[in-house]
Design a protein around this ligand. Structure first.
Ligand code: NAD
Length: 318
């Protein structure tokens, strides 16, 4: 594929995204930009040394002028969560970093899709949409694509099925107030609960999933990052794949439904805040945000998530 991808932030997440893109053959050129030039150089060298095993791709490190002609610019720069720190604790630090980065990107490119990964991803996607000189539909946050994958993985393990056969979404904030949209969960075209009668599993459920079961799965999804960070200080493999999947949908104009984060325009009566909802993603970015029929309780939780983010956003000087 003849695509140029720039990754701003060549830390754990940025370089793993580069690795995933290389493996999937999604780009002909990948440029790593980082305030720590040595780090970016080292990561580019390491990735290039695998060139003989993947589709032709050139990886280099560079400065913001490399944004010229890029199709997608991914932003993973900034501080990451430390053990015990919430994503929202990062808000001020990373907003300041974005105030520096976005105008530098703008100077060289006002056409590319901007894909935000740094945390808190919803707020930083909003900051990007406000500062960048591109339409809102071209500003995408990785949002709850990763959380949705965690949810599908856990449900698939429970049913001993291929996770790709589980259709389920985590919506709202990527963080402590995210919402599991159980009402949309389905397997083989039927609800998760109804699928029980076809399941060969030996669990005690017969379609009557208790609130306790749902809460337990939800808690595992919501708290996964804390668990991983406690054990190995950072998370990067699954987010690397999640971002590669978003990228693939844009580059191939796939119109994939993904729970990316974008500026809402009245969906569920929420506007001027950035949250994840199932959205159609293709070459032009966010083609449509889907306001699917969800349970009343899920709507309430979604609004709670939005109000919390609105308060944080209102405190920021942007
Ligand atoms: P890291 O510390 O390994 O990498 C961050 C990189 O950003 C560093 O190399 C640093 O030098 C660079 N940087 C800092 N300020 C910069 C600036 N002004 N300009 C350019 N580069 C700059 O951290 P990481 O583990 O790679 O995490 C990166 C971000 O991704 C964090 O905010 C983390 O919370 C987030 N993250 C998001 C998700 C998600 O689902 N959205 C998942 C995992 C991590």
């Amino acid at each position: 594929m003849d695509n140029k991808i720039v990754i701003v932030g060549a830390g754990f997440v940025g370089s793993t995204i580069g690795y995933a893109i290389m493996n999937w053959g999604l780009a002909s050129e990948i440029v790593l930009v980082d305030i720590d030039r040595e780090r970016a150089e080292g990561e580019a060298m390491d990735l290039n040394h695998g060139a003989a095993f993947v589709k032709p791709v050139k990886v280099k490190s560079g400065d913001y002028d490399q944004c010229k002609g890029a199709d997608i610019i991914i932003i993973t720069a900034g501080a990451n969560q430390k053990p015990g720190e919430t994503r929202l604790d990062l808000v001020r630090k990373n907003t300041e970093i974005f105030k520096d980065i976005i105008p530098r990107i703008n100077k060289y490119n006002q056409e590319a899709i901007l894909l935000v990964v740094s945390n808190p991803v919803d707020i930083l996607t909003y900051v990007t949409a406000k500062l960048a000189e591109v339409e809102d539909t071209k500003v995408i946050g990785s949002g709850t694509v990763l959380d949705t994958s965690r949810f599908r993985y856990l449900l698939s393990s429970h049913c001993d099925l291929d996770p790709r056969n589980i259709h389920a979404y985590i919506i709202g904030e990527h963080g402590d107030h995210e919402v599991a949209a159980w009402s949309l969960t389905n397997v083989a075209g039927i609800s998760f609960e109804k699928y029980c009668q076809f399941c060969n599993g030996d669990c005690s459920y017969d379609g009557n999933y208790s609130e306790e079961f749902k809460e337990d799965i939800y808690r595992q999804v919501r708290d996964s990052a804390y668990q991983i960070i406690k054990k190995k200080n950072a998370t990067y493999y699954a987010i690397g794949l999640a971002v590669a999947r978003i990228l693939e949908s844009v580059l191939r104009d796939e119109n994939t439904i993904l729970t990316v984060s974008s500026v809402l325009k009245g969906e569920y009566e929420i506007e001027d805040i950035t949250l994840s909802l199932p959205s159609i993603v293709g070459k032009s970015g966010i083609k449509k945000i889907l306001s699917l029929e969800i349970a009343e309780q899920e709507k309430k939780e979604l609004k709670k998530s939005a109000n919390m983010l609105k308060n944080i956003k209102n405190d920021l000087e942007i």
